[in-house]
Design a protein around this ligand. Sequence first.
Ligand code: SF4
Ligand code: SF4
Length: 353
Amino acid sequence: MNLTLHLTENCNMDCSYCTREKCPKDMTEEVLYKACDLAFSKGQRAGLCFFGGEPLLKKDLIYKALSYCEAKSEQTGIRFDCKMTTNGTLLDEIFLERAVKAKMGIGLSFDGKAQDVCRFFVGGQTTSSVVEKKAKLLLSYMPDATALATIAPQAVPYYAESVRYLHDLGFSKVSFVIAYGNRVNWTDSDLDLLREQLEMTSSYLKELFIKKERFYMSAFGSKIRDCINGKNSAERCHLGVRQLPVTPDGDLYPCTSFIGDKDYLLGNVFDGIDDAKVIELAKKSSTPETCVDCDLVKRCTNSCGCANRMNTGDENKVSPLQCTYERMLIELSDALGEELYQIDPERFAKEFA
Ligand code: SF4
Ligand code: SF4
């Protein structure tokens, strides 16, 4: 099974849109090993995602988890996969050598040209020059690493420029999402500007496609893929089933935005998962009322209970912000997909089918 280990709630950065609980708590070794055992307890694949706060503040725990899980994989024949989301500031060669050995997938949280708008070290210093250096180091070890950008309203003017910058830096995969939660406030004019920036980004992606450059931007790419394959990526995200977060105390919740709400506690690493509560949660989840008759219902992230909860407080209620964003993304992705298909149908099929 797949677990996201919140190794610490501490972070060396203080981003304006961060939604984590700011209390100084680290995972103990006891919880760590129990979580590893739990990951190996179901199915033929054990997956760990190292997460925080900032997970590299607890490198020692990551090294221990890797050795323990690799040995367990060897003994049991169960496949072990790992990944990590990090702000990158503490990456170094020793860690990257170990990560390469473990075939770890690393997602670098990096907002590109918007980095210094919202993302500062604790104490207020800017982070872009440090993270740029660390991004180059990361790419030298893992050319397929992904840059993960979170765009808050005040960073929207830098959106398209950031996509270009991350590509020029050497990333071939980027993920751009908009910032949700109660620390951001989107206005209609922010959304108008976001549309302009998405249009500029779409033109840039077309330019790269014509030049035959390999570059995958998930915001557009996943919508195009889902359209031609008749799937919905978000639909695959089942609360409490696909990927469970583990808190530093060892508690299990359906997804990150539910952490701390005891009504949604699904068990802990010592006693295991309360299957009855998982089933109860699955029974409660439904398509948001406002979406049932929408033509886009199968192409939109309305079913993401985690985002819904963060935006509306209810996992089955989608926010107007998310609805507007999804509509614009689907419209622009369809237009881009159509253009790319006309330019080179064979390559289009190879990239998106
Ligand atoms: S780096 Fe991540 S965990 Fe740390 S403050 Fe920023 S968003 Fe929060
Ligand atoms: S576009 Fe809006 S109404 Fe339609 S499915 Fe998505 S969130 Fe629901």
